[in-house]
Design a protein around this ligand. Structure first.
Ligand code: SF4
Length: 326
């Protein structure tokens, strides 16, 4: 018993030192990604925050902000400024918290971005809304890269994870996309098919790779990506978290613009709880270099996440204690 108390006391005394070491290590690892930039290297434009499904990974049922589609006038305004910095923007995301194909103007937006000289256009989709005509217009608009989220390996695991979709139906839509790209003889978009192991899909990564391999054209750069499960900010509790010990580098790398023009730090802030500005009132350049963003960077550099309700509960900055499959 006495030994146990001694051990506990020693652990209590050592814990701050160990935590300091972990923070220091995180800082050193993150430092290359914390360089000051004049304009965000990656810009997310949320074309819509509507979705046609209820995926168990995504906290859609907690979405309280109005749902809709970004108007084209606002999109054009954003693109006008982003394209003036086209050499600084390495990737333009045409999606955020929603299914981008629900926006009938998606191909038009891709075309506007490409006509304005954007180097890399990209979006993530569940793929369920592809028809041959839709695939054709997106490919011909010049999209550079696309990711399919596909979280199952058979009807049972897929339908219980991507609730509202049907495994066989989505497989046929994904296959229409690949067939259309081949018929058009196009090299783009390059395609990533992503899988995340969850409690509902039994984490069958090997079976997943076998399932999707026949679709991919590796010579064009297509690939499979197995992503780790996360809590989507404060939206889910798959991962039990410990102390805050990591730096999030999003404020140096990414800007997310919601459908109403609000600027937030990242996609996991699905309700727009941490708004930094609005692109209707100020330019992206002004917001990125303004006091609010500067303060966020200063706070993040010092591991001060307490006043950020979403960040303080985010898997990116906290040590993982356990996850559903531990
Ligand atoms: S800590 Fe998490 S919620 Fe906050 S900006 Fe980073 S990724 Fe987003």
């Amino acid at each position: 018993m006495v030994n146990m108390i001694r051990y506990m006391n020693r652990w209590r005394a050592l814990k701050p030192v160990i935590l300091y070491g972990r923070k220091k290590r995180s800082y050193l690892t993150a430092r290359p990604f914390m360089k000051p930039t004049d304009f965000p290297p990656e810009v997310y434009i949320e074309n819509t925050n509507r979705c046609n499904i209820h995926c168990t990974i995504c906290p859609r049922e907690k979405l309280t902000r109005p749902q809709g589609v970004m108007d084209l006038g606002l999109f054009e305004k954003i693109m006008k400024e982003v394209s003036m910095h086209r050499d600084d923007v390495t990737r333009l995301h045409l999606h955020n918290f929603g299914e981008p194909l629900l926006d009938k103007d998606l191909a038009k937006r891709v075309k506007i971005a490409k006509d304005r000289g954007m180097r890399h256009t990209y979006f993530v989709t569940n793929g369920s809304l592809f028809t041959e005509a839709r695939a054709r217009e997106i490919i011909e608009a010049g999209l550079d890269e696309m990711k399919f989220s596909f979280y199952g390996t058979d009807p049972e695991t897929y339908n219980s994870t991507m609730v509202g979709l049907d495994f066989n139906d989505t497989i046929s839509k994904v296959s229409v996309f690949f067939k259309t790209r081949k018929e058009l003889g196009r090299k783009n978009p390059k395609v990533i098919i992503q899988y995340i192991g969850t409690p509902t899909n039994k984490c069958m990564t090997k079976e997943f790779t076998q399932l999707v391999n026949p679709f991919l054209d590796r010579s064009l750069g297509d690939s499979v990506f197995i992503a780790p499960l996360y809590n989507y900010g404060d939206g889910r509790s798959f991962i039990k978290m410990g102390d805050i010990a990591r730096i999030c580098t999003f404020p140096w790398r990414v800007m997310v613009i919601l459908i109403n023009g609000d600027v937030v730090l990242c996609a996991p802030d699905y309700n727009g709880d941490q708004v930094i500005g609005n692109v209707r009132d100020k330019s992206i350049h002004e917001i990125w270099n303004g006091d609010a963003y500067r303060k966020v960077r200063e706070d993040f550099r010092g591991f001060k996440y307490e006043k950020y309700p979403v960040c303080g509960k985010c898997t990116v900055v906290c040590d993982t204690v356990s996850s559903w499959n531990d």
